[in-house]
Design a protein around this ligand. Structure first.
Ligand SMILES: Nc1nc2c(ncn2[C@@H]2O[C@H](COP(=O)(O)OP(=O)(O)OP(=O)(O)O)[C@@H](O)[C@H]2O)c(=O)[nH]1
Ligand SMILES: [Mg+2]
Length: 334
C-alpha cells in the first residue's frame, strides 16, 4: 500500500438556504400576516480522526470536498433543513494547515477528535422576521450566507515514543520486528524499508510504547541523496531516538564516521532532533563477538555517544539491556 503523508485539499462548506417570502392564506383569515420560514444553515466540513486510516492515501484521490447546502425556507413558517455535514476521515497525527496563511489550524491526535475546517453559511431569514408596525406585509427575505471555503495542507507526522534511525542495512527493521509484533520487510540490501512502520513494545509492569522504524538515511540525504530526509518528520514527535549502527561497517581507525553522518543529517533536518535523548545500539554483535570489537570503537562510543549498547537484533543479545535503557531514558516522558 502506498504511504502518503502530505496532501492538499479544497474544502467548501454548504451555503445557507434562502429565507422565504410568503403570506398566510386561509379561509376566513383575511390578510393573514407574513409566514415565510427561514433557510437552513449550510453543512460544515469536518475532519475526523479515525484509526482505520493509516495514511492520507484516500485523500490523495480526491481533492475537493463540499458539504450540503441548507434547504430554503417555506410558507407556513416552515424552516429549511440544515445542510448535510461532510466528514473527512484522517489518521492520528494529522497536522492541518491553511495553505494561504501557513498557520496550523489543528493538530489532530486522538481517535474520534473532530475539527470544523469550513463553517456552513447561515440560513436566510424568512419574511416573518421583517414584520414591523410600519410594514405589516414585508415582501423581503434574506438570502442564505455563503459557506466558508479554504485550501488545506494535511501533513501526517506519526505518533511514536521512540524512533529508530540509522544508515541503510543497519538492522532497523530487524530490531523493530524483534521488539514488537510488527513485521517490516528485512533484506540484505539498502533501502529495503521505503515507508515508516510502527510497532508497539508491550511490557508487563508498565505501559507499552510505540516505536517507529523509518527508511535508512545516507550522507547527503539533506541534499536529496537516497530517499532524502522527508521521513524524519515521522520521528519528530518521539521522546527518544535509537541510533543503530552496523558494527561490521565501523572502521576502528575512524569509529565515529557513520555516527557523525547520522547526527549531521538529523541536525540538517531539524536541529532540535540532536537535543533529543538518544541511545546508540551497535548491532550485529553476533558476527563480531563483543570481545573482538576494537577497543577504539568501545572507547569512542563510551566518550562520545554514551549510553550505548552492543546488540544483535537477530539473536536477541543485548536487546533486554537496550529496552531497559530506553525505558529509563524515557521514564520522565512516557
Ligand atoms: N548477523 C546479523 N545480521 C543482521 C542483524 N540485524 C540485521 N541483520 C541483517 O542485516 C540486513 C539488513 O537488515 P534490515 O533490518 O533490513 O536493515 P534496515 O536498517 O531496516 O535497512 P533499510 O530498511 O534498507 O534501511 C538483513 O540481511 C538482516 O538480516 C544482526 O543483529 N546480526
Ligand atoms: Mg528497514
Amino acid at each position: 500500500m502506498r504511504f502518503v503523508d502530505e496532501v492538499k485539499i479544497w474544502v467548501e462548506a454548504g451555503e445557507g438556504g434562502n429565507g422565504c417570502v410568503s403570506f398566510r392564506r386561509e379561509k376566513y383569515v383575511p390578510r393573514g400576516g407574513p409566514d415565510g420560514g427561514d433557510g437552513g444553515r449550510g453543512g460544515d466540513v469536518v475532519l475526523v480522526v479515525a484509526d482505520k486510516e493509516p495514511t492520507l492515501l484516500d485523500l490523495s484521490y480526491q481533492q475537493y470536498y463540499k458539504a450540503g447546502r441548507g434547504q430554503h425556507g417555506k410558507g407556513k413558517l416552515q424552516h429549511g433543513k440544515r445542510g448535510e455535514t461532510r466528514e473527512i476521515f484522517v489518521p492520528k497525527g494529522t497536522i492541518v494547515r491553511d495553505v494561504e496563511t501557513d498557520d496550523i489550524v489543528q493538530d489532530l491526535i486522538h481517535e474520534g477528535e473532530r475539527c470544523v475546517v469550513a463553517r456552513g453559511g447561515r440560513g436566510g431569514k424568512g419574511n416573518a422576521h421583517f414584520k414591523s408596525s410600519t410594514n405589516q406585509a414585508p415582501k423581503i427575505a434574506q438570502e442564505g450566507g455563503k459557506g466558508g471555503k479554504r485550501r488545506l495542507k494535511l501533513e501526517l507526522k506519526l505518533l511514536a515514543d521512540v524512533g529508530i534511525v540509522g544508515l541503510p542495512n543497519a538492522g532497523k527493521s530487524t530490531l523493530l520486528s524483534r521488539i514488537s509484533a510488527a513485521h517490516p520487510k528485512v533484506a540484505s540490501y539498502p533501502f529495503t524499508t521505503l515507508t515508516p512502520h510502527l510497532g508497539v513494545v508491550s511490557a508487563d509492569d508498565s505501559e507499552g510504547f510505540v516505536v517507529a522504524d523509518i527508511p535508512g538515511i545516507i550522507e547527503g540525504a539533506h541534499q536529496g541523496a537516497g530517499l532524502g530526509l522527508r521521513f524524519l518528520r515521522h520521528i519528530e514527535r518521539t521522546n527518544l531516538l535509537v541510533i543503530i549502527l552496523d558494527l561490521g561497517c565501523i572502521d576502528p581507525h575512524d569509529p565515529g564516521r557513520e555516527y557523525r553522518i547520522i547526527i549531521k543529517e538529523l541536525e540538517s533536518y531539524n536541529s532540535s532532533l540532536i537535543q533529543r535523548p538518544r541511545v546508540v545500539a551497535l548491532n550485529k554483535v553476533d558476527v563480531m563477538p563483543s570481545q573482538k570489537v576494537a577497543p577504539e570503537v568501545i572507547s569512542y562510543y563510551h566518550d562520545v555517544a554514551y549510553p550505548f549498547v552492543l546488540i544483535s537484533a537477530v539473536t536477541g543479545q543485548g536487546i533486554g539491556e537496550l529496552l531497559s535503557l530506553i525505558r529509563r531514558r524515557t521514564a520522565k516522558e512516557l
